[in-house]
Design a protein. Structure first.
Length: 195
């Protein structure tokens, strides 16, 4: 089943307020650093993620977690400097604030496999890495002609070869990171330019 978020960001904000007040009736006991996260993610509108990623989901099967909630949850984990998905899933199960801030009801948070499934949908390639496993030997720089001479500097040659290559190179939709760039451009970069 395709992910569907009819309410968009307003529905996320309404759900957050009702669930937040249920678990934290006196919200002013939370420290200021926590409020900084709350305010930042309150205004983070990721509702375009659901429509951009609809092609990555199948029409058949159970209803998936909303991609906007999964992305918001992962960004929150990165903001809190939690790099392990296993640890993050445990934190979501134990801390109502982070589950609610991600968009999930407390007690119904995604597991580790759901996050990795989401990552495989964003990274549109079977391989996990861009670089091949083969490593090629590096060329040794030429030494000075006489004993004690410095090695000649050849960085201008490398830059002059690299720049025309980058100018000819265009991102194609079949690149594995194309969807990540598209999400970043439409939800962060374009809005930053508008403001």
């Amino acid at each position: 089943m395709l992910p569907c978020n009819p309410g968009g960001h307003a529905a996320y904000q309404d759900t957050f307020v009702s669930d937040f007040l249920k678990f934290y009736p006196d919200p002013f006991v939370l420290p200021k650093s926590t409020w900084d996260y709350i305010v930042q993610f309150w205004y983070l509108d990721l509702s375009l993620t659901d429509s951009i990623m609809q092609d990555c989901y199948s029409v058949f099967g159970p209803e998936p977690r909303l991609p906007s909630y999964m992305l918001r949850s992962y960004l929150l984990a990165l903001k809190l400097k939690v790099t392990s998905i296993t640890v993050w899933c445990r934190i979501l199960r134990e801390t109502p604030l982070y589950a609610i801030l991600s968009g999930f009801p407390f007690g119904d948070t995604p597991g580790v496999g759901t996050f990795y499934d989401f990552f495989s949908r964003i990274w549109q390639d079977d391989s996990n890495h861009l670089s091949p496993n083969d490593r090629f030997p590096k060329m040794k720089p030429p030494k000075g002609k006489r004993k004690g001479d410095k090695t000649p500097c050849d960085s201008s040659g490398t830059a002059s070869r690299l720049l025309p290559l980058l100018e000819r190179w265009h991102r194609k939709p079949e690149n594995p990171f194309f969807l990540i760039f598209r999400l970043y451009k439409q939800q962060f970069l374009d809005r930053s330019i508008e403001k």
